[in-house]
Design a protein around this ligand. Structure first.
Ligand SMILES: Cc1cc2c3c(c1C)C(C)(C)C[C@@H](C(=O)Cc1ccccc1)N3c1c([nH]c(=O)[nH]c1=O)N2C[C@H](O)[C@H](O)[C@H](O)COP(=O)(O)O
Ligand SMILES: [K+]
Ligand SMILES: [Mn+2]
Length: 500
């Protein structure tokens, strides 16, 4: 096969990280029981290179190597988002704004359906029946409190609606239960849960495939809350301007990316369930009283790429250095939220979920000149935005929206928190929503004082009243805004002379 670009082939992506000097090849033996995850977690927190474990204890017959932090921030502070850029074929100097613009660039474009090819790298090795023993694979234990070995944290869960032409791609965690079974989170309003409900009604187990080490751009779209009914693989095609190549599963009629590293396929039971979790969550907590009971994945085949297949993993936790549950879930939800607000005619420039808020908050940047033409006020404007976002799936994970002006950079938390701290009057500038679906995993909901699955959401107005209808009545006191251009130029020119 000719080697495709990094965004279309996971192994080419790994080579690109290596040539970016953003990958650490670890050839020493490392234990998948906690050690691999601890190294990966610290790699996020220090924003170091992505660890590629080439010698995982217990690996055999080419299963498997492990790549951690594929969606973490780059180790080179000059290119913080280069690893994300590599997922979608963007230049290394790309900003988060460029990344969001790219992920939205196929909206309104004709979908490009994938093409089916006869075979591909993921078909080089095949395991069936007694050759399948998930307990013999080096599936990693990611956190000392986890209830099982989570083999699925960065793969694409592929399921098809039983009657409609909708094939959904998403990321949903799953842990090893026994020799031939996984158990994983199937949670409403996620599309995998909606489609699962349809199979329950049809009375048949749901065929599934999990494609691990799939093309990076497909992993991105799988993590994006596209509208219901959209077949993610067609959106990937529209983004790339060319169809994705898929091959048929061995044991069902689903199709998977031909270049995947590892494919697990089978049926998700509509009757058998088992205890799932605890799991180290995206907000930085693992609650020990987790009593989640979830459907069982019956594994019928495992196929995988030669040359020592690579299992990508995500180790969610505190976003002191963000992991994929922040850089993918937060950023891609921000993209869909921006799309929704702009489609509804709101003067929104950008949206972003600051990592410092564990992507529970989202800053919504408003074009103030356009805001004046709406002749509105804080209450009406904030309630309108809250009604749009908090009643849609793309807003599911957001509990606080901050409405900020175009003088604020939503990607710069110091800007965002400055405007929230100084312009949002407690008791008058926050508009609460108690009748909307909550994100049940947020600790103050799951283990908080009030209801668990509704409410706890708020829109914080970070614009002063006069900003709704006229130019700001202040000069911002920082170097950028507090001095005339000629003074700033003179200061910058003489800065080194002053020895500062
Ligand atoms: C990048 C990433 C994303 C998720 C998850 C993880 C990572 C790395 C891991 C596996 C590390 C953690 C896990 C979570 O525990 C986080 C989570 C997020 C959202 C709902 C429940 C759990 N998770 C996940 C997730 N969606 C879930 O339905 N159970 C999941 O298990 N998601 C989010 C999900 O993919 C996005 O919401 C997609 O938009 C869903 O696709 P559609 O339904 O819109 O088609
Ligand atoms: K998706
Ligand atoms: Mn979907």
């Amino acid at each position: 096969y000719s080697t495709p670009p990094p965004h279309l082939d996971f192994r080419a992506f790994v080579s690109a990280l290596r040539s970016d000097n953003d990958l650490a090849d670890i050839d020493a033996e490392v234990d998948p029981r906690l050690e691999v995850a601890a190294i990966t977690r610290r790699a996020y927190e220090l924003q170091s290179k992505a660890p590629l474990f080439n010698n995982v204890k217990g690996a055999h017959d080419g299963l498997f190597r492990i790549l951690g932090a594929s969606g973490g921030l780059s180790s080179d502070p000059q290119y913080p988002y280069r690893r994300l850029a590599r997922h979608v074929g963007l230049p290394p100097t790309s900003s988060l704004g460029d990344f969001i613009d790219t992920m939205l660039s196929a909206k309104g474009k004709e979908p490009i359906p994938p093409v089916h090819v006869g075979t591909g790298p993921c078909k080089e090795h095949k395991l069936f029946g007694d050759n399948i023993d998930l307990t013999k694979l080096p599936a990693p234990l990611l956190n000392k409190a986890d209830g099982g070995n989570y083999i699925q944290t960065m793969g694409i869960n592929i399921v098809q609606h039983p009657t409609k032409p909708w094939v959904n791609w998403s990321i949903a965690r799953a842990m090893v239960l026994d020799k031939t079974r996984l158990v994983g989170l199937i949670m409403k309003p996620q599309h995998i849960a909606r489609i699962y409900e349809q199979w329950e009604e049809s009375g048949k187990d749901m065929p599934f495939a999990i494609a691990l080490g799939a093309p990076p751009i497909a992993v991105m779209v799988s993590s994006m809350p596209l509208p219901e009914g959209v077949t993610e693989s067609e959106y990937v095609g529209a983004l790339c301007g060319e169809p994705l190549e898929l091959v048929k599963c061995e044991t069902n009629d689903l199709y998977v990316p031909a270049r995947s590293e590892i494919v697990i396929e089978g049926t998700l039971s509509i009757t058998e369930r088992a205890k799932e979790g605890p799991f180290g969550e995206m907000h930085g907590y693992s609650f020990l009283d987790e009593e989640s009971v979830q459907p069982i994945y019956n594994v019928k085949a495992i196929t995988y790429r030669g040359g020592n297949a690579i299992l990508p993993i995500s180790v969610p936790g505190r976003a002191t250095g963000p992991d994929e549950t922040h850089t993918l879930i937060g950023t891609l939800a921000s993209a869909e939220i921006r799309q929704l607000l702009q489609e509804n005619g709101l003067p929104v420039l950008n949206v972003f979920t600051p990592y410092e808020t564990q992507v529970i908050w989202a800053a919504v940047q408003i074009d103030r000149k356009k805001l004046w033409t709406l002749k509105t006020n804080a209450e009406d404007f904030c309630r309108r935005i809250g009604d749009l976002i908090f009643r849609r799936k793309c807003g599911m994970q957001i509990h606080r929206l901050l409405i900020v002006g175009d003088d604020i950079d939503p990607f710069n938390f110091k800007d965002v928190i400055w405007s929230y701290a100084s312009r949002c009057r407690p008791g008058m500038d926050e508009y609460h929503f108690e009748d909307v679906a909550a994100y049940g995993l947020v600790p103050y909901m799951s283990h908080g004082p009030g209801t668990k699955v509704t409410g706890g959401k708020v829109v914080a107005n970070c614009l002063l009243p006069h900003e709704y209808n006229q130019e700001q009545l202040w000069v911002t006191c920082d170097f950028e805004n507090g001095y005339p251009e000629e003074i700033k130029e003179k200061v910058l020119r003489r800065w080194t002379e002053f020895g500062l």
